[in-house]
Design a protein around this ligand. Structure first.
Ligand code: G1P
Length: 287
């Protein structure tokens, strides 16, 4: 399976943390956010990953590259688990990079993957979205694609106050408990104009037909070519589905979700669970 990971966004909301480093490199527990994203894609079966970066994202490329310096240090009996797991990841999947020349939107970022993807369906998972789920959300979505053979977008119910932060789908007929036909989609509508509360959460399985649709999509919100708008163009000629995934999803582009992901993933880690639980109880006065 091929996976495309857009990671070219600027990270304005995280300034000054993102002044000198990409937001995808912000730490979550003991590894950068993008490590979790790649881990999920690989757990879902991806063996070929293309990360779409932009200017000032060099740190991401270096992170997935071999490091003779650290290899030499670690050879002398240090076992650093997250580092070892990074090496295991690199042995399971090839990680490639392409640059988006200018920040022209998520649709344009996905278009950069055209040559790499070729004629196969592919997974898209945003570089700043961490899902905590079993099976991985990417796997749930891929399985849905294998049943449906048309593009599938992961969705979840979003609060009224958050509707205008998301692409929102207009649901069509239900296929089963979790799967719905998509009748239409709209990028970041005002609450009053939203066709539902089902927000696009950042994991997609797309087919190469999306590339022509992106090319046919004029710039939308913020003057950028939006993936949601391109999906809307594609929806005119091809069926499309939404999948209500099971699990929790964190948008590492927002500080509160970043914080929440840190807490949940710390509590899920065997090594930190006990100490972190005791500390939180003490802090909250429940000890
Ligand atoms: C992007 C998409 C939006 C989607 C969201 C999920 O927006 O354009 O449709 O709902 O990701 O996080 P962004 O968060 O990059 O503004």
């Amino acid at each position: 399976m091929k996976a495309v990971i857009p990671a070219a966004g600027l990270g304005v909301r995280f300034l000054p943390l993102t002044k000198e480093q990409p937001k995808e490199m912000l730490p979550v527990v003991d590894r950068p956010a993008i490590h979790w994203v790649v881990e999920e894609a690989v757990a879902a079966g991806a063996t070929d990953l293309l990360i779409v970066t932009g200017r000032e994202k060099r740190a991401i490329e270096d992170y997935f590259d071999a490091s003779p310096k650290w290899d030499a240090v670690l050879r002398n009996n240090h076992d650093v688990r997250a580092y070892r797991e990074l090496e295991e990841l690199s042995s399971k999947a090839h990680v490639h990079f392409v640059r988006q020349k200018e920040p022209r939107g998520l649709g344009d970022a996905v278009l950069q993957a055209e040559m790499h993807v070729g004629r196969e369906p592919f997974l898209v998972t945003l570089g700043d979205t961490i899902n905590v789920a079993n099976p991985p959300v990417a796997k749930q979505l891929w399985d849905a694609y294998e049943r449906l053979h048309h593009p599938v977008v992961a969705v979840e119910e979003v609060r009224d106050a958050k509707v205008s932060d998301y692409g929102i789908i207009k649901p069509g007929k239900a296929v089963d408990d979790r799967t719905l036909e998509v009748a239409d989609l709209v990028e970041k509508p005002a609450l009053a104009d939203a066709p539902s509360r089902l927000g696009i959460s950042g994991t997609y399985v797309l087919t190469p037909s999306i590339f022509d649709a992106i090319r046919a999509t004029p710039p939308g919100r913020n003057g950028e070519v939006q993936l949601t708008d391109a999906l809307r163009v594609l929806r005119r000629t091809e069926p499309m589905y939404a999948y209500r995934f099971s699990g929790r999803r964190y948008d590492i582009g927002t500080k509160m979700d970043w914080f929440r992901a840190h807490v949940e993933l710390t509590l899920q880690d065997q090594e930190y669970r006990e100490g972190a639980t005791a500390f939180l109880k003490e802090l909250l006065g429940h000890a």
